[in-house]
Write a protein that binds this ligand. Structure first.
Ligand code: DOR
Ligand code: ZN
Ligand code: ZN
Length: 363
Protein backbone atom coordinates (compact mmCIF):
# COMPACT_ATOMS: atom_id res chain seq x y z
CA UNK A 1 0.00 0.00 0.00
CA UNK A 2 1.36 3.38 -0.98
CA UNK A 3 1.59 6.18 1.53
CA UNK A 4 1.33 9.84 0.64
CA UNK A 5 2.03 12.90 2.77
CA UNK A 6 -0.25 15.89 2.49
CA UNK A 7 -0.14 19.23 4.33
CA UNK A 8 -3.68 18.55 5.61
CA UNK A 9 -6.93 20.26 4.76
CA UNK A 10 -8.08 23.66 5.95
CA UNK A 11 -11.87 23.57 5.69
CA UNK A 12 -13.09 27.15 5.52
CA UNK A 13 -16.78 26.40 5.95
CA UNK A 14 -18.16 24.31 8.81
CA UNK A 15 -21.01 24.46 11.31
CA UNK A 16 -20.00 22.77 14.58
CA UNK A 17 -23.30 23.72 16.31
CA UNK A 18 -21.86 24.73 19.67
CA UNK A 19 -23.31 26.62 21.39
CA UNK A 20 -26.97 25.91 20.81
CA UNK A 21 -27.43 22.59 19.03
CA UNK A 22 -24.92 20.16 20.50
CA UNK A 23 -27.27 17.24 19.93
CA UNK A 24 -26.29 17.59 16.22
CA UNK A 25 -22.53 18.17 16.80
CA UNK A 26 -20.32 19.91 19.29
CA UNK A 27 -16.81 21.30 19.24
CA UNK A 28 -15.34 18.04 20.57
CA UNK A 29 -17.14 15.71 18.13
CA UNK A 30 -16.76 18.15 15.23
CA UNK A 31 -13.03 18.71 15.63
CA UNK A 32 -12.46 14.96 16.11
CA UNK A 33 -14.38 14.43 12.84
CA UNK A 34 -12.10 17.05 11.30
CA UNK A 35 -8.94 15.14 12.27
CA UNK A 36 -10.52 11.88 11.09
CA UNK A 37 -10.96 13.57 7.70
CA UNK A 38 -7.42 14.99 7.57
CA UNK A 39 -8.67 18.51 8.35
CA UNK A 40 -6.12 20.27 10.55
CA UNK A 41 -7.91 23.62 10.66
CA UNK A 42 -11.51 24.70 10.18
CA UNK A 43 -13.45 27.94 10.08
CA UNK A 44 -16.70 27.86 12.04
CA UNK A 45 -19.82 29.72 10.94
CA UNK A 46 -21.81 32.06 13.19
CA UNK A 47 -25.38 30.75 12.76
CA UNK A 48 -25.44 29.35 16.28
CA UNK A 49 -28.08 29.78 18.94
CA UNK A 50 -27.50 32.47 20.03
CA UNK A 51 -26.19 33.89 16.73
CA UNK A 52 -22.61 35.16 16.97
CA UNK A 53 -23.36 38.80 16.22
CA UNK A 54 -22.09 40.56 19.34
CA UNK A 55 -19.15 40.57 21.69
CA UNK A 56 -20.51 38.42 24.50
CA UNK A 57 -21.64 35.59 22.20
CA UNK A 58 -18.30 35.68 20.36
CA UNK A 59 -16.35 35.61 23.62
CA UNK A 60 -18.34 32.67 24.96
CA UNK A 61 -17.91 30.68 21.76
CA UNK A 62 -14.18 31.45 21.72
CA UNK A 63 -13.87 30.15 25.29
CA UNK A 64 -15.66 26.93 24.34
CA UNK A 65 -13.27 26.37 21.42
CA UNK A 66 -10.26 27.08 23.66
CA UNK A 67 -11.47 24.42 26.08
CA UNK A 68 -12.63 21.75 23.65
CA UNK A 69 -11.12 21.92 20.17
CA UNK A 70 -8.61 19.27 19.06
CA UNK A 71 -8.06 20.77 15.58
CA UNK A 72 -7.04 24.36 14.85
CA UNK A 73 -9.83 26.79 14.06
CA UNK A 74 -11.03 30.28 13.22
CA UNK A 75 -14.38 31.85 14.04
CA UNK A 76 -16.63 34.04 11.91
CA UNK A 77 -18.81 36.83 13.19
CA UNK A 78 -22.24 37.25 11.65
CA UNK A 79 -24.61 40.14 11.02
CA UNK A 80 -28.31 40.01 11.80
CA UNK A 81 -29.22 43.38 10.33
CA UNK A 82 -28.94 45.32 13.57
CA UNK A 83 -25.73 46.52 15.22
CA UNK A 84 -22.58 47.06 13.18
CA UNK A 85 -20.36 48.50 15.94
CA UNK A 86 -19.80 45.18 17.77
CA UNK A 87 -18.70 43.55 14.50
CA UNK A 88 -16.17 46.30 13.91
CA UNK A 89 -14.85 45.72 17.43
CA UNK A 90 -14.63 41.94 16.87
CA UNK A 91 -13.10 42.13 13.38
CA UNK A 92 -9.46 41.70 14.51
CA UNK A 93 -10.36 38.42 16.25
CA UNK A 94 -12.69 37.01 13.59
CA UNK A 95 -11.58 35.26 10.40
CA UNK A 96 -14.26 37.09 8.47
CA UNK A 97 -17.79 38.46 8.48
CA UNK A 98 -20.56 36.10 7.36
CA UNK A 99 -23.70 37.47 5.75
CA UNK A 100 -26.77 35.37 4.97
CA UNK A 101 -28.44 37.11 2.04
CA UNK A 102 -30.91 34.29 1.40
CA UNK A 103 -32.87 31.94 3.63
CA UNK A 104 -31.16 28.94 5.16
CA UNK A 105 -30.90 27.14 8.53
CA UNK A 106 -30.86 29.63 11.39
CA UNK A 107 -32.32 33.05 11.74
CA UNK A 108 -29.72 35.39 10.34
CA UNK A 109 -30.98 36.32 6.90
CA UNK A 110 -30.30 39.97 6.15
CA UNK A 111 -31.27 41.27 2.75
CA UNK A 112 -32.40 44.82 3.57
CA UNK A 113 -30.32 47.10 1.31
CA UNK A 114 -30.03 49.72 4.03
CA UNK A 115 -28.56 47.21 6.51
CA UNK A 116 -26.20 45.77 3.89
CA UNK A 117 -24.89 49.19 2.93
CA UNK A 118 -24.21 49.93 6.60
CA UNK A 119 -22.23 46.76 7.10
CA UNK A 120 -20.32 46.97 3.79
CA UNK A 121 -19.38 50.55 4.70
CA UNK A 122 -18.22 49.67 8.20
CA UNK A 123 -16.49 46.26 8.04
CA UNK A 124 -12.79 47.00 8.65
CA UNK A 125 -11.32 43.61 7.67
CA UNK A 126 -8.75 42.16 7.63
CA UNK A 127 -10.94 39.10 6.93
CA UNK A 128 -13.25 39.14 3.91
CA UNK A 129 -17.03 39.45 3.87
CA UNK A 130 -18.24 35.90 3.16
CA UNK A 131 -21.74 35.46 1.82
CA UNK A 132 -24.41 32.79 1.67
CA UNK A 133 -26.23 33.97 -1.43
CA UNK A 134 -28.27 32.84 -4.37
CA UNK A 135 -27.59 34.16 -7.85
CA UNK A 136 -29.43 37.50 -7.63
CA UNK A 137 -27.93 38.25 -4.24
CA UNK A 138 -24.44 37.40 -5.50
CA UNK A 139 -24.82 40.14 -8.11
CA UNK A 140 -25.97 42.61 -5.47
CA UNK A 141 -23.06 41.72 -3.17
CA UNK A 142 -20.56 42.11 -6.03
CA UNK A 143 -21.91 45.62 -6.63
CA UNK A 144 -21.60 46.47 -2.93
CA UNK A 145 -18.08 45.03 -2.75
CA UNK A 146 -17.07 47.17 -5.73
CA UNK A 147 -18.71 50.31 -4.32
CA UNK A 148 -17.22 49.98 -0.84
CA UNK A 149 -13.88 48.42 -1.85
CA UNK A 150 -14.52 45.31 0.22
CA UNK A 151 -13.01 41.88 -0.24
CA UNK A 152 -15.86 39.44 -0.92
CA UNK A 153 -15.91 35.66 -0.63
CA UNK A 154 -18.83 33.78 -2.19
CA UNK A 155 -19.52 30.59 -0.23
CA UNK A 156 -20.85 27.42 -1.90
CA UNK A 157 -21.46 28.94 -5.34
CA UNK A 158 -24.93 27.68 -6.35
CA UNK A 159 -24.60 27.45 -10.16
CA UNK A 160 -21.79 27.32 -12.74
CA UNK A 161 -23.24 30.48 -14.34
CA UNK A 162 -22.50 32.28 -11.07
CA UNK A 163 -18.83 31.33 -11.45
CA UNK A 164 -18.81 33.19 -14.76
CA UNK A 165 -20.35 36.26 -13.13
CA UNK A 166 -17.79 36.11 -10.31
CA UNK A 167 -14.95 35.71 -12.82
CA UNK A 168 -16.21 38.71 -14.82
CA UNK A 169 -16.37 40.85 -11.67
CA UNK A 170 -12.83 39.77 -10.79
CA UNK A 171 -11.73 40.82 -14.29
CA UNK A 172 -13.20 44.24 -13.57
CA UNK A 173 -11.13 44.55 -10.43
CA UNK A 174 -13.53 43.37 -7.72
CA UNK A 175 -11.61 41.54 -4.99
CA UNK A 176 -13.76 38.42 -5.01
CA UNK A 177 -12.98 34.80 -4.23
CA UNK A 178 -15.29 31.80 -4.15
CA UNK A 179 -15.76 28.24 -3.02
CA UNK A 180 -17.50 25.05 -4.11
CA UNK A 181 -18.67 22.20 -1.91
CA UNK A 182 -17.94 18.51 -2.47
CA UNK A 183 -21.69 17.81 -2.55
CA UNK A 184 -22.14 20.13 -5.52
CA UNK A 185 -19.23 18.41 -7.27
CA UNK A 186 -19.99 14.76 -6.45
CA UNK A 187 -23.80 14.64 -6.11
CA UNK A 188 -26.51 16.00 -8.37
CA UNK A 189 -30.22 16.77 -8.28
CA UNK A 190 -30.71 13.28 -9.72
CA UNK A 191 -29.53 11.92 -6.34
CA UNK A 192 -32.20 13.74 -4.37
CA UNK A 193 -34.86 11.12 -5.12
CA UNK A 194 -32.65 8.43 -3.59
CA UNK A 195 -31.43 10.61 -0.72
CA UNK A 196 -34.64 12.40 0.20
CA UNK A 197 -34.06 14.93 2.99
CA UNK A 198 -30.49 13.58 3.36
CA UNK A 199 -29.78 15.22 0.03
CA UNK A 200 -31.36 18.51 0.95
CA UNK A 201 -29.15 21.51 1.62
CA UNK A 202 -28.86 25.19 0.73
CA UNK A 203 -27.96 25.93 -1.95
CA UNK A 204 -29.57 22.75 -3.35
CA UNK A 205 -27.94 20.12 -5.54
CA UNK A 206 -27.97 20.98 -9.24
CA UNK A 207 -28.73 18.81 -12.31
CA UNK A 208 -25.82 16.78 -13.68
CA UNK A 209 -25.23 19.11 -16.64
CA UNK A 210 -24.58 21.89 -14.11
CA UNK A 211 -22.32 19.59 -12.10
CA UNK A 212 -20.32 19.17 -15.32
CA UNK A 213 -20.31 22.96 -15.60
CA UNK A 214 -18.71 23.20 -12.15
CA UNK A 215 -15.96 20.76 -13.11
CA UNK A 216 -15.33 22.59 -16.39
CA UNK A 217 -14.90 25.84 -14.48
CA UNK A 218 -12.78 24.53 -11.62
CA UNK A 219 -9.98 26.93 -12.55
CA UNK A 220 -12.26 29.83 -11.55
CA UNK A 221 -12.65 28.43 -8.04
CA UNK A 222 -10.44 29.39 -5.10
CA UNK A 223 -11.31 26.62 -2.68
CA UNK A 224 -13.33 23.55 -1.91
CA UNK A 225 -14.98 23.69 1.53
CA UNK A 226 -17.34 21.11 2.98
CA UNK A 227 -20.14 23.29 4.41
CA UNK A 228 -20.25 20.55 7.07
CA UNK A 229 -23.79 21.13 8.40
CA UNK A 230 -24.86 18.16 10.52
CA UNK A 231 -28.46 17.47 11.51
CA UNK A 232 -29.73 14.34 13.27
CA UNK A 233 -31.47 11.52 11.42
CA UNK A 234 -34.64 12.24 13.39
CA UNK A 235 -34.55 15.85 12.19
CA UNK A 236 -33.90 14.78 8.60
CA UNK A 237 -36.79 12.31 8.76
CA UNK A 238 -39.19 14.81 10.32
CA UNK A 239 -41.96 16.63 8.46
CA UNK A 240 -39.77 19.75 8.26
CA UNK A 241 -36.22 18.54 7.61
CA UNK A 242 -33.59 21.24 8.04
CA UNK A 243 -31.15 21.80 5.13
CA UNK A 244 -27.55 20.68 5.45
CA UNK A 245 -25.24 17.68 5.18
CA UNK A 246 -22.05 16.66 7.05
CA UNK A 247 -18.80 16.60 5.07
CA UNK A 248 -15.65 16.88 7.18
CA UNK A 249 -14.73 13.21 6.80
CA UNK A 250 -15.46 12.71 3.11
CA UNK A 251 -13.83 15.63 1.24
CA UNK A 252 -10.38 14.05 1.15
CA UNK A 253 -11.28 10.55 -0.18
CA UNK A 254 -13.71 12.04 -2.72
CA UNK A 255 -11.06 14.43 -4.04
CA UNK A 256 -8.24 11.87 -4.01
CA UNK A 257 -10.45 9.61 -6.10
CA UNK A 258 -11.09 12.49 -8.51
CA UNK A 259 -7.31 13.06 -8.69
CA UNK A 260 -6.86 9.37 -9.47
CA UNK A 261 -9.42 9.71 -12.26
CA UNK A 262 -7.50 12.65 -13.70
CA UNK A 263 -10.23 15.22 -13.00
CA UNK A 264 -7.74 17.49 -11.22
CA UNK A 265 -4.08 17.23 -10.21
CA UNK A 266 -2.92 16.50 -6.69
CA UNK A 267 -1.19 19.89 -6.61
CA UNK A 268 -4.46 21.62 -7.54
CA UNK A 269 -6.31 19.63 -4.88
CA UNK A 270 -3.84 20.86 -2.26
CA UNK A 271 -4.21 24.42 -3.52
CA UNK A 272 -8.03 24.21 -3.28
CA UNK A 273 -8.14 22.59 0.16
CA UNK A 274 -5.11 24.08 1.93
CA UNK A 275 -3.14 26.92 0.37
CA UNK A 276 -6.06 28.94 -0.92
CA UNK A 277 -8.27 28.78 2.19
CA UNK A 278 -5.28 30.07 4.16
CA UNK A 279 -4.56 32.75 1.54
CA UNK A 280 -8.15 33.98 1.21
CA UNK A 281 -8.59 34.32 4.96
CA UNK A 282 -5.05 35.67 5.48
CA UNK A 283 -4.10 32.86 7.84
CA UNK A 284 -0.81 31.17 8.61
CA UNK A 285 -0.30 27.45 8.17
CA UNK A 286 0.28 25.66 11.46
CA UNK A 287 3.98 24.69 11.63
CA UNK A 288 5.19 21.07 11.59
CA UNK A 289 1.82 19.63 10.58
CA UNK A 290 0.66 17.15 7.98
CA UNK A 291 -1.44 14.14 7.15
CA UNK A 292 -0.29 10.64 6.21
CA UNK A 293 -2.72 8.94 3.86
CA UNK A 294 -2.62 5.26 2.97
CA UNK A 295 -3.70 4.81 -0.60
CA UNK A 296 -4.86 1.38 -1.70
CA UNK A 297 -7.73 0.39 -3.94
CA UNK A 298 -10.63 2.75 -4.55
CA UNK A 299 -13.57 1.92 -2.28
CA UNK A 300 -17.19 2.86 -1.76
CA UNK A 301 -17.61 5.41 1.02
CA UNK A 302 -19.74 4.12 3.88
CA UNK A 303 -23.09 5.68 4.71
CA UNK A 304 -22.54 5.34 8.47
CA UNK A 305 -19.71 4.91 10.99
CA UNK A 306 -18.39 8.46 10.97
CA UNK A 307 -17.09 10.49 13.91
CA UNK A 308 -19.50 13.35 13.36
CA UNK A 309 -22.24 13.14 15.98
CA UNK A 310 -24.94 12.99 13.31
CA UNK A 311 -23.44 9.68 12.18
CA UNK A 312 -24.52 9.67 8.54
CA UNK A 313 -23.20 10.89 5.20
CA UNK A 314 -24.92 11.75 1.93
CA UNK A 315 -21.89 10.28 0.13
CA UNK A 316 -22.50 6.64 1.09
CA UNK A 317 -21.83 4.51 -1.99
CA UNK A 318 -19.71 7.16 -3.74
CA UNK A 319 -16.15 6.29 -4.78
CA UNK A 320 -13.36 7.29 -2.44
CA UNK A 321 -9.60 6.77 -2.32
CA UNK A 322 -7.16 6.88 0.58
CA UNK A 323 -7.53 6.57 4.33
CA UNK A 324 -6.14 8.99 6.90
CA UNK A 325 -3.55 7.04 8.90
CA UNK A 326 -1.95 9.82 10.92
CA UNK A 327 -2.35 13.55 11.50
CA UNK A 328 0.40 15.75 12.93
CA UNK A 329 -0.54 19.14 14.25
CA UNK A 330 2.11 21.56 15.48
CA UNK A 331 4.62 18.85 16.20
CA UNK A 332 2.29 16.40 17.91
CA UNK A 333 0.60 13.30 16.54
CA UNK A 334 -3.08 14.10 17.13
CA UNK A 335 -4.68 11.27 15.16
CA UNK A 336 -3.41 7.73 14.62
CA UNK A 337 -5.02 4.38 13.94
CA UNK A 338 -8.52 5.82 14.08
CA UNK A 339 -7.97 7.40 17.48
CA UNK A 340 -7.75 11.02 18.57
CA UNK A 341 -4.59 11.51 20.63
CA UNK A 342 -4.98 15.22 21.35
CA UNK A 343 -6.39 16.47 24.63
CA UNK A 344 -9.42 18.78 24.48
CA UNK A 345 -8.10 22.32 24.07
CA UNK A 346 -5.03 21.29 22.06
CA UNK A 347 -6.56 23.08 19.05
CA UNK A 348 -5.38 26.66 18.58
CA UNK A 349 -6.78 29.64 16.69
CA UNK A 350 -5.18 29.80 13.22
CA UNK A 351 -2.75 32.73 13.30
CA UNK A 352 -2.78 35.66 10.88
CA UNK A 353 -0.32 35.51 8.01
CA UNK A 354 0.19 39.27 7.78
CA UNK A 355 -0.77 42.09 10.03
CA UNK A 356 -2.91 43.56 7.28
CA UNK A 357 -3.95 40.47 5.29
CA UNK A 358 -3.60 42.79 2.29
CA UNK A 359 -2.22 40.52 -0.41
CA UNK A 360 -4.68 37.78 0.38
CA UNK A 361 -6.37 37.91 -3.01
CA UNK A 362 -3.10 37.94 -4.99
CA UNK A 363 -3.07 34.84 -7.18
O1 DOR B 1 -27.73 23.59 3.93
C1 DOR B 1 -27.28 24.44 4.69
N1 DOR B 1 -27.21 24.21 6.01
N2 DOR B 1 -26.89 25.60 4.20
C2 DOR B 1 -26.54 26.61 5.01
O2 DOR B 1 -26.21 27.65 4.53
C3 DOR B 1 -26.64 26.48 6.47
C4 DOR B 1 -26.48 25.09 6.85
C5 DOR B 1 -26.81 24.80 8.28
O3 DOR B 1 -26.35 25.56 9.16
O4 DOR B 1 -27.48 23.80 8.55
ZN1 ZN C 1 -24.62 28.76 3.47
ZN1 ZN D 1 -22.84 26.82 5.64
Amino acid sequence: MATIMLPGLVDAHVHLREPGATHKEDIASGTVAALAGGVIGLLDMPNNTPPIVAEEAFREKKTLFQQKAVSDYGLFVGFDGSQVAPLVALAPQAVGLKLYLDETFGDMTTAAPEALRRVFAAWPGPGPIAIHAESASIRMALRLAAEFGQRLHVCHVPHPADLDIIAAARQQGVAVTCELTPHHLFLSAEDTERLGAYGRMKPPLVPSDEVRGFWERLELVDMIASDHAPHTRAEKESATPPPGVPGLETTLPLLLHAVDEGRLTLARMIELTYHNPLRVYGLRAPADSGVTVEVGEAYRLPATGYRTRCGWSPFGGQWGLGRVAEVRLRGQVVWQGGQCLAAPGYGQPLGRAHESGQDATAQ
